[in-house]
Design a protein around this ligand. Structure first.
Ligand SMILES: [Zn+2]
Ligand SMILES: [Zn+2]
Ligand SMILES: [Zn+2]
Length: 633
């Protein structure tokens, strides 16, 4: 986990092309925040794991790593002792048998290593494991090993090899090597892991332990950083002919709470000579939004697109400024678009893009419905979590919109999805309903949704409706008048008054995201109409006919539904969760945090600029070195 975090930091640094000096300030700030956070106190056991990963991936070098450890303990006779070593521990297969014995109840315990003696203890959670054997090679001055993997893996007979990296100092500077042990254990977390395994393994949940000096079980090898710490990040895009200048990465401004994206900034240095002359002669760059995430700049005959990582509101503020070495630079600042903001573009938030051979549903993930487990709606504790889970679709803003009966398309869409999950699971009492009619303000039924199953969407930690859409066109209503009448009079059809346009905009994506057993044919209407959805008008079909009547086993289980089966298209409807970095989801917006330690509670504001909040003088002092440059009244 800490390795992925180190790699994330590396990615950010390289993408943003942050210079080494600035990067050091970023890392200093990171450690200052981590230091000041009381809730991370237990993390001292992992700090060396983090530092080793940061060093290994060339992200940051703590001062300790300048130091050359003495040639004692396992390092007697080494030519040089590097700051980082790799430990390989041989764990006999019997020691991990207990995990297999309890795999039913403790399916995926987290494993880790720790190293310590009488006075020190450090945890290393980023371990690599494989069955096989390790053959020591080289000489004492320069040890290395050959690893032979057991092809039978779990079913073979070889020992388990566990490997991780750690700072050398911990093996030389704190206590004699003879008292240090290398342990392999299960991480203790509340729940079945601890209650089931502790009586067997002891409170430390130790699976196996070996002495550092035991050369038959513990290999210690020099480890070099995976990459040089001084790689120069590549320029993201160079200027191509006809471009005004290179489009660099977009930078994101966060609000002072570091929670909401307030604006996105792109900078284009005007590197093209002709463009620069135009600009110098007084030509004004024209800018407009051409899609949800794209702006376009025109300067004379030059056209250039700016692509943002998420939807924006196309009201740009252009600044120009002189950057060294005196290249005029266009700076475009645009606000991020909140969901369905009235001042945004009239966007379909869930479009399907691309041609029928390669269609991509946007803003929703793909699913293979048949492989997802079906939720047992008779399960006792269903109502304890399902309603809360679905309810968390709403952001704080949306909740207040709803309270004030405000008009917001997405809020009403989410409300309907909520109701659809609740009614089809039967969690709020009353009979379970599985057929839903979406109708306009005059109660004219426009689309029917049949929910065949509720399923767990395991990978996304949520749930999904395995459903079928039946858009009702006039001819279809005539053709199906008998079964439709029967359905309407059965009392099993729940009616929702809805903004039909937003449903019709969304339906193609809901179908496309779970399309698996059929393909779009040569006569696909999406192709001939060049429009997805085909239409958003009432009593007309937004979907192409390619998936109609395909993959409809779920419709055939219910005899009242089977007549509709040839006309429906399978779809996957998920809760639409708020985007947490654009909107506050659960936290109260008035709840302030300290800029340094992120603690909540009563805050004091910087008296000079009134812009930054601190919990007290300690945190304010800690931040002053960095803050004083920005502190303007
Ligand atoms: Zn099609
Ligand atoms: Zn604080
Ligand atoms: Zn200030």
């Amino acid at each position: 986990m800490r390795a992925s975090f180190a790699l994330l930091l590396k990615l950010i640094r390289d993408r943003r092309q942050i210079n080494p000096e600035h990067w050091l300030a970023v890392m200093d700030r990171f450690f200052a925040v981590a230091d000041a956070d009381d809730s991370l106190r237990m993390d001292t056991l992992n700090i060396h794991d983090l530092c080793a990963q940061l060093y290994h991936h060339g992200v940051y070098k703590v001062r300790d790593y300048e130091y050359r450890p003495p040639k004692i303990g396992r390092f007697v006779g080494w030519t040089t002792v590097p700051p980082l070593v790799r430990i390989i521990l041989t764990v006999p297969r019997e020691s991990v048998q207990v995990l297999q014995d309890h795999a039913e109840k403790v399916p995926t315990p987290l494993l880790q290593c720790d190293v310590g003696g009488k006075v020190s203890l450090n945890i290393f959670a980023d371990i690599h494991v494989a069955f096989g054997r390790v053959i020591p090679m080289g000489e004492r001055a320069r040890p290395w090993v050959v690893f032979e993997e057991d092809p039978a893996g779990f079913h073979g007979t070889s020992s388990l090899l566990v490997s991780f990296i750690m700072p050398t100092r911990l093996l030389t500077d704190f206590e004699p090597a003879e008292v240090i042990n290398v342990n392999f254990s299960v991480r203790s977390i509340p729940g079945p892991v601890t209650t089931i395994l502790a009586p067997i393994l002891g409170l430390k949940l130790s699976l196996f332990s070996a002495k550092l000096m035991d050369r038959s079980l513990v290999q210690v090898l020099p480890e070099v950083p995976a990459v040089s710490a001084h790689t120069t990040p590549a320029q993201v895009h160079a200027t191509t002919p006809g471009q005004i200048g290179p489009s660099n990465a977009v930078s994101i401004d966060l609000d002072e709470e570091c929670e909401l994206v307030s604006a996105l900034t792109s900078r284009i240095p005007i590197e093209n000579q002709e463009a620069r002359q135009l600009f110098a002669a007084g030509a004004t760059p024209q800018i407009k939004q051409i899609s949800a995430c794209t702006m376009q700049i025109n300067l004379g005959r030059f056209t250039q697109r700016l692509v943002y990582p998420f939807p924006i509101i196309g009201i740009p503020i252009i600044h120009t400024f002189q950057a060294e070495p005196l290249i005029p630079t266009l700076q475009v600042v645009v606000p991020a678009s909140g969901p369905f903001k009235a001042d945004g573009m009239q966007l379909n938030r869930y479009p399907v893009v691309g041609d029928p051979n390669r269609m991509t549903p946007w803003n929703v993930h793909r699913l293979h419905l048949n492989s997802l487990p079906i939720i047992d709606t008779k399960a006792k504790n269903l109502e304890q979590w399902l309603d809360n889970h679905i309810g968390s679709m709403m952001s704080m803003r949306e909740r207040s919109v709803r309270k004030k009966n405000g008009d917001d398309v997405l809020v009403s869409l989410k409300d309907t999805i909520h109701a659809l999950f609740v009614r089809s699971s039967g969690i709020q009492g009353g009979a379970m309903k599985r057929a839903f009619s979406l109708s306009d303000s005059t109660n004219n039924s426009d689309t029917i949704i049949f929910v065949s199953d509720l399923r767990y969407d395991l990978h996304s930690h949520t749930v999904v409706c395995d459903a079928y859409a039946l858009p009702l066109t006039k001819p279809l209503v005539q053709e199906l008048s008998a079964p439709l009448g029967k359905l309407a009079h059965s009392g099993n059809l729940v009616n929702f008054k809805q903004d039909l346009q937003s449903w019709k905009q969304m339906l193609p994506a809901l179908v496309e995201r779970c399309r698996y057993s059929w393909s779009h044919g040569p006569n696909c209407e999406y192709k001939s109409n060049d429009n997805i959805p085909l239409t958003v008008a009432t009593e007309s079909d937004p979907l192409c006919s390619c998936g109609r009547g395909k993959d409809v086993d779920g419709m055939l289980k219910n005899s009242d539904w089977s007549k509709f089966a040839p006309h429906v298209t399978r779809m996957a409807l998920s809760p639409l969760f708020a985007v947490s970095y654009l909107e506050t989801v659960i936290r109260h917006p008035n709840e302030r945090r300290c800029f340094v330690c992120r603690k909540k509670g009563k805050m004091k504001t910087c008296t000079k600029c009134q812009k930054v909040r601190y919990c007290g003088p300690v945190c304010q002092k800690r931040d002053w070195r960095l803050h004083k440059e920005k502190c303007r009244p």
